[in-house]
Structure formats: structure tokens, C-alpha cells
Write a protein that binds this ligand. Sequence first.
Ligand SMILES: [Zn+2]
Ligand SMILES: [Zn+2]
Length: 412
Amino acid sequence: MEYNYLAFGLPAFFLFVGLEYIAALRKNKKHLFKYDSSVANLSIGIAERLMNLFISGSFFELFNYIYEHHSLTHIPNVWYVWVLLLLATDFVWYWYHRLGHEINLLWGAHIVHHQSEEFNYTASARITTFQALIRNIFWCVLPFVGFHPSLVMTILVVHGAYSFFTHTQIIGKLGWFEYIFISPSLHGVHHASNEKYLNKNYGDLFVFWDKLFGTYMEEDEKPVYGLTHQLNSYSFMWQHFHYFMELAEACRRVDGIWNKLKIVFGSPEDLDQDIRPELERRFLPNKGTKELSARFKLYVSLQIVLSIALLFLITLLFKNLNLEDKVFGSLFIMVTLIYVGALLEQRKWIYYLEYVRFLILGGYLSSVFDTYGFLTAAVFVLFILNNTAPLKELYLRLIYQSEYGRFSLKKK
Ligand SMILES: [Zn+2]
Ligand SMILES: [Zn+2]
């Protein structure tokens, strides 16, 4: 068996989230964690880690191809190359991140990282697959200038791990450290929507790129975290796609390819701010605002634990799994994440997502045992269930329990 030990990044992540939570409790700062927001952050992170398993290998191949055939030079493997590579990686990051804020198409992917109204370690997980794709395209510069792909892959793990630690309010300002490195306070400024903090501190590891390119700002007033116009939704799909939908709507409203391109590659600041509320009215009616019960939270948490356990297994055993294991396992996780988002929004159609999960399970068992029996049985059971209306009511009552009685479920 060949194991992928990067899987142990998952328990390490939760160890630090747990430690941060304990520290927050000790400092009487329980408000730094908000249940539904943390669940939404984790859901997005789980999806990205899962998809990354499928794309990271291809990017390593691409880095190798660029290094072998199109690199400017081959930088020799001596000790100071690591220092040069770290500087180069951080420099590329600065521009990847800054352009992610300045160009609509890239902001559509990066905005997800900024939707969180909380600033804790769970917010660091808010990276989407789209962002991972864009980031990897930027990283192609490194093998192009001559860094060996194996070194690049190693430094990317280290560089990526550092940014986890800059997402916390438990650690305050860090004195002299901030002359060289991005601290949690400095990155908190980047996540804030205060007027004076907008478009500041794009750096990931080193602070001097921001100073050099005029985007440096210290924390001198209390940051308000999140977007200038808060998203107001925990829907998994909406969080991923709302900005691309806004861009599509903005493009629809103008004539000519040139005007459309000006929107796609234009600045987020110039996008019509009325489009989002309009789309929200169309796609997210009747948002509930009631407190969730402890029992309901336990049920949602179990979905997340199930997804994380599956993700851990798929990551650890990735190289040994069949295509069926990977595809069905991934589909099950993705549908569960959409399900979790719909649960947080108290949607009635979670019932149909249960159908989909059931079919995925039936399909998987059919492929493992090489018989259509399981899938046929699953379809048959669903047919019976779908025609037994009280079961749907019972299911929703069971899931939402007190919520079901306290406030009416949304129609969509
Ligand atoms: Zn950003
Ligand atoms: Zn961040």
C-alpha cells in the first residue's frame, strides 16, 4: 500500500482549530466562533481538499513539462535556492492575490475566501477549487524561471501551511515580527471591510511586497470582518457561484463582446452593486434567521464529520483506490456538502438530496458487487418513498424537529 501522508494535515488542522476554540473560551471570546459560519467554512475547505486530490497530480506534470521544455534556465540545487524559491513563491503569491482582488473573473473565485464574517482558523479553509486552479496557473512561473518542480511542490506545502496560522484573533500584534512577516493582525486587516482597510496587505508570508507596492496597512482600528456587502447565505452552491452569476447578469445587460469583456476583466469596484440584491431576491427568498437547536446542530455536525472521515480515507489511500471508489466517494461528499448548506438554510428539498445520496450508495454497491441489483433496489425504494407523501413530512419533521414547529420551512 502506498499512503498519502498529507491526509494527516486534516487531523492537524482540527487540532489547531480545537486549541484556538479552547483559547477563545479561556479568554471569554466564544463569539469568535459562530456555528453555522464555521460549518460553511469547513464545507468549502473539504470540497477544495477533495478536488485538489484530482488536480494536483496534473499540475505537477505540467510543472515538469514546463521545466523540461520551456524553462529559461535550470537553477542548480544548492542550499540558497530554497531561500530564492521562498522569495519567488511569495512574490508570485502577492500578485496572484492582488489580481484576485482587482479583476472580476479572478475575484469570482477569491471572493469566497472573504465571505466569512468570522476570522478564525476555520476561515483559512475557505479556498475553492477554482481558486486552487488559478493559483496553480500562477505557480507555473516558478518552473518557467528554472526552479525544479519537486522543490516547487515542497515549498508550496510550507507556504500554504503558513497562511493557516495568520487566520486568528487569538494572537494579537507581534511587534518586531511584523517588520518581516505577515502576522494574524496584518492578515486580519486584509479580511476587514473597514473603508481604510480595503485592498490592503496582500502578502502571505513576507510583509515587504506590500510595503514595496504601496498596499501595506497596520491595524489601528477594530476590523469588521467579511465583505462590504455581506453575503447573508450559507448555501454551498450560492457561495461558490453567486459572483459568477452576477458577472453573467452584468454581461447580459450590455451589448457587444468588447463591453462584456470589459466587465469580465474589469474591476469589482465598477460592477453594478444592485445586481446581487436582485439575484438574491430571485434565488434566495425567505431566509430564516432563527437560532438552531442543539439537536439540529449535532445532526449537521455529524454530516461534516462523515465528510471529513471520508475525505481522510480517500486522501490517505488515493493511489490505491479504484476509479469507482474515487468517483462515488467524491460524489457522496460533494452532495453531502450541498446538503449541509441546504440544512443551514432550512430548505425543504434536502429530502431530494437524500434521494441522491441513496442512489450514489446504491450505484457504488452495484459497481463493487458487479450487479445492477443494488441500484435497481435503490430506485425501487425511492419510487415507493416518493409516492408516500407522509414520509416526506415525517423526514422533515425529524430533521428540523423544533425548527419545524417554530418557524415555517421555506418553500424552495
Ligand atoms: Zn484576499
Ligand atoms: Zn485569508
